[in-house]
Design a protein around this ligand. Structure first.
Ligand SMILES: [Zn+2]
Length: 68
């Protein structure tokens, strides 16, 4: 069963189905909005250009190379 840590509150979150992970990588709407606030406030920035093919990543797999 896929699990992940919420980057805002670090709570371990389990998902039974893809439909249960609507807020992933966050555990809840609240944590998602807290993260969005940090982006709007300028606390978070992207400092390096994005590289690689992110389109091929499975959103419920923590290790993208696992099914390769
Ligand atoms: Zn959270």
């Amino acid at each position: 069963m896929p699990t992940y840590h919420c980057p805002t509150c670090t709570k371990m979150t389990r998902v039974d189905q893809r439909e249960d992970a609507v807020h992933r990588p966050f555990c809840s709407e609240r944590c998602k909005l807290i993260d969005l606030h940090h982006w709007f406030a300028g606390d978070f920035v992207i400092s390096d250009p994005l590289t690689g093919d992110i389109g091929s990543l499975d959103p419920l797999t923590d290790d993208p190379s696992a099914d390769a």
